[in-house]
Design a protein around this ligand. Structure first.
Ligand code: NFE
Ligand code: MG
Length: 504
């Protein structure tokens, strides 16, 4: 008989996620993913000035605020009929690009690597690097002391197989510490055109309010170069090291097999074309994306509005006691199907389209180093590989965009807010497809709906009882010891869930 195992909370992710597993004969036979709180941003926004939207929605999350700000200003650009100048488009791309870089680095090192790296190996360190010596002394003191949470957030941890090579472990710990500095550097880079971060004040409909000066361009380039070095010399090699030591994770956590990309980083002013192209993959069949096919089911979600609405008609009516429902996350569907979103989806669609060409080049290079075929990408380890490759490509492309800025030229186009209007902004957050839909009446927000990456990935079952992408990915996962279900947490973390976003 299947045994029920709860992992609650899932640590080292953003927000509050609980996972219920049913395990039979050392395999997950069923999985339920639940977002455990309600936030109500879509309700808070109603009745407010539309220009508050890009500021308020950024508070949905401290990890991907730029994406929410971007989706909001894109929706308002459409509602106001404003075309942004070239510098405005490039500055938006550069702020969002910097936000991708910090998000991917923190996800791999601070959130996921500890599923694979043996942090206790630092106690065997014999070198003289002052940071590592400090870390060693601290882990030793914590593990020997009789404290409740020794060496938090590193220990306690699930028992299981970790990286065995002591040198690889020490190097990973060193890069873990360096990643904290790199993340700060990427934040400083975002603040050059964003004013500050998190929650950038400069994003507005019509462009950005920050001016472009020679000094800012040089500052951005100088920080970017350091980040590119870290990505090439640490992040990508560390992903290869982990993937080489745990190749079985190219077979685990495959998911629903459908992928959705809205597209991100506009290529030219006023056009729909984006650097990472939009597209939909259903069982390897590539289709073009149609925004009218996005709907949200709520049969198993703690809401009482109608189910299956498109976001332009969407409603958010919380129903805490709803019978049969188990999550505060709605269930977004595309043409009725669950869709995985995120770096893997973006890399797969770009790979299939051959656009931009560097995606195929970089993915093929990584796969050949790992001795894996492209099919292996659709997996737990494939998500880490796709994220690392994307991080490199975005950083390299930021170099291109910053070089296209024209100092002292306008970054912003003025606009009027109409009496009534509507619009939608489709972009890609680091974790995947993100859309905001706005309706304006009497120059106030009458309706505001967000459909968010982690709502796609961590959705509960839909109206047809079809589980969400992560729920499907968990099914089949081998669990050696049900008291230490580390294999399942590896699958979950590969999606980089952010429940703060998902429950918005
Ligand atoms: Ni809170 Fe977010 C990203 C968005 S995920 S991190 O990336 O939108 O749902
Ligand atoms: Mg929503």
């Amino acid at each position: 008989m299947a045994k029920k195992v709860m992992i609650d909370p899932i640590t080292r992710i953003e927000g509050h996620l609980s996972i219920r597993l049913e395990i039979d004969a050392n395999r997950v036979t069923d999985a339920y993913s639940a977002g455990e709180m309600f936030r109500g941003f879509e309700i808070i926004l109603c009745g407010r000035d539309p220009l508050d939207a890009q500021q308020i929605t950024q508070r949905i999350c401290g990890v991907c605020p730029v994406s929410h700000g971007t989706a909001s200003v894109l929706a308002q650009d459409m509602a106001y009929g404003v075309t942004i100048p070239k510098n405005g488009r490039l500055a938006r791309n550069l702020i969002l690009g910097a936000n991708y870089i910090q998000s991917h680095i923190i996800h791999f090192y601070q959130l996921s690597a500890l599923d694979f790296v043996d942090i206790e190996a630092i106690t065997q360190y014999q070198g003289s690097d002052p940071l590592l010596c400090d870390m060693k002394a601290w882990v030793q003191s914590q593990t020997s002391a009789n404290v409740v949470y020794p060496a938090a957030p590193f220990l306690p941890r699930y028992a299981g197989r970790y990286l065995e090579d002591p040198q690889a472990n020490v190097l990973a710990v060193k890069n873990y510490l360096q990643a904290l500095e790199m993340r700060a550097l990427a934040h400083q880079m975002a603040a050059i055109f964003g004013g500050k971060i998190p929650h950038v004040p400069t994003l507005v409909p019509g462009g950005v309010t920050e001016r472009v000066t020679v000094r800012q361009i040089i500052e951005y380039q100088s920080k970017l170069r350091k980040l590119q070095t870290f990505i090439n010399q640490c992040y990508l090699p560390d992903v290869v090291a982990v993937a080489s030591a745990f190749p079985e994770y190219f077979q685990i956590g495959k998911g629903c097999g459908h992928f959705l990309v809205y597209g991100v980083f506009p290529n030219s002013d006023g056009s729909q074309s984006t650097f990472f192209p939009s597209g939909v993959l259903t069982n390897t069949d590539l289709q073009s994306f149609d925004h009218r096919k996005v709907t949200e089911d709520i049969r198993y979600s703690l809401f009482s509005s109608a189910s299956g609405l498109t976001p332009s008609d969407g409603e958010t009516v919380p129903a805490p006691g709803k019978s049969g429902a188990y999550s505060w996350v709605k269930a977004p569907r595309y043409g009725g199907l669950p869709m995985e979103v995120g770096p893997l989806a973006r890399m797969l669609v770009a790979y299939r389209k051959g656009d931009p060409p560097q995606v195929k080049e970089e993915i093929d290079r990584l796969l050949s180093r790992l001795g894996q075929e492209p099919d292996a990408l659709v997996s737990t380890m494939g998500r880490h590989a796709a994220r690392a490759v994307e991080c490199k490509i975005v950083a390299d492309q930021c170099e291109q965009w910053v070089g296209e800025l024209v100092p002292d030229q306008p970054t912003f186009q003025d606009f009027e807010i109409p009496e009534s209007a509507g619009g939608y902004g489709l972009t890609e957050a680091p974790r995947g497809a993100l859309g905001h839909w706005i309706t304006i009446e009497n120059r106030k927000i009458a309706r505001y709906q967000c459909v968010v990456p982690t709502s796609w990935n961590c959705s509960p079952r839909d109206d047809r009882d079809v589980p969400g992408p992560m729920e499907q990915a968990l099914v089949g996962t081998p669990i050696q010891d049900e008291n230490n279900p580390i294999e399942a947490t590896r699958v979950v973390r590969s999606f980089d869930p952010c429940l703060a976003c998902a429950v918005h």
